[in-house]
Design a protein around this ligand. Structure first.
Ligand code: AMP
Length: 249
């Protein structure tokens, strides 16, 4: 195949303990380590492996977000992507608007395979891939833990409640990644240097003619309730009694 497109979202690094702003209007991102969404790193790793097997020619990484998302695109280029496109906007769009933007880029680039993360760990929406496939009117294979390509088809093993499901979809298609698909490679210093020379195009979201109207209003963010201090029990009888006292048993 000619092209694979991979979406990379800039999110708060998964090792960071997220703090809610005192006024509940969002989470603190100033001075916080930001990274590629982990599922998107897996998406890129899979695309790289496909290209290394000689089954794809070019990998394009794309992101929608502020100028700072260039950092994550550069990391993607250092991992091995060929070029990058940043659709610049003041804030990350909602999933439907994001899917519309990705569709626009797909129409321009005509990739045969589009790989996204199953969800962004900042908003946990798990919507963009599914919406994109519907808008594009192409098949989707979500929660992929294995991906094989043969004769214009993708065979995808999916992680579902009952275990593993294997489906076959015609390409072009949207695949979203699950955690066990692969382990992304580490970026090496020389590759970071090389990545600086790779093409990174910036487009203004407002120039794409995409409807980005809001569909919901996040009214409040709150941290999870503090965990109560635990108690130590001597033995199983003590455990049973403690559970009974709490009305849990
Ligand atoms: P979500 O539906 O928000 O959970 O996101 C699912 C996937 O869509 C992510 O793992 C990314 O691959 C992609 N995605 C969502 N938002 C963006 C964005 N602003 N920029 C690039 N990719 C995105």
């Amino acid at each position: 195949m000619q092209k694979i497109m991979v979406a990379l979202k800039r999110v708060v690094d998964y090792n960071v303990r997220v703090r809610v702003k005192p006024d509940g209007s969002g989470v603190v991102t100033d001075g916080v380590k930001m990274s590629i969404n982990p599922f998107d790193e897996i998406a890129l790793e899979e695309a790289l492996r496909i290209r290394e097997r000689g089954e794809a020619e070019e990998i394009i990484v794309v992101s929608i977000g502020t100028k700072d998302s260039q950092q994550q695109l550069r990391t993607g280029l250092a991992m091995g992507a060929d070029r990058a496109i940043l659709v610049e906007t003041d804030s990350a769009p909602e999933p439907l608007a994001g899917a519309r933007v990705l569709l626009k880029l797909i129409e321009e680039e005509q990739p045969e395979l589009v790989i996204l993360g199953k969800q962004a760990i900042d908003d946990d929406n798990n919507q963009t891939g599914q919406m994109l496939a519907a808008l594009w009117d192409r098949p989707q294979a979500t929660f992929a833990s294995k991906l094989e390509l043969t004769d214009g088809k993708a065979t995808v093993t999916r992680e579902v409640d009952a275990g593993l499901e294997v489906i076959e979809v015609d390409l072009p298609a949207v695949v979203t990644t699950d955690l066990r698909l692969n382990e992304p490679r580490y970026v090496k210093l020389p590759d970071i240097m090389k990545a600086k020379k790779k093409p990174l195009d910036t487009r203004a979201l407002s120039d794409l003619g995409v409807d980005t109207d809001s569909q919901f209003n996040a009214t409040e963010y709150a941290p999870p309730p503090k965990r109560e201090k635990g108690i130590m029990v001597e033995d199983v009888d003590g455990l049973v009694k403690a559970l009974k006292d709490k009305g849990l048993f």
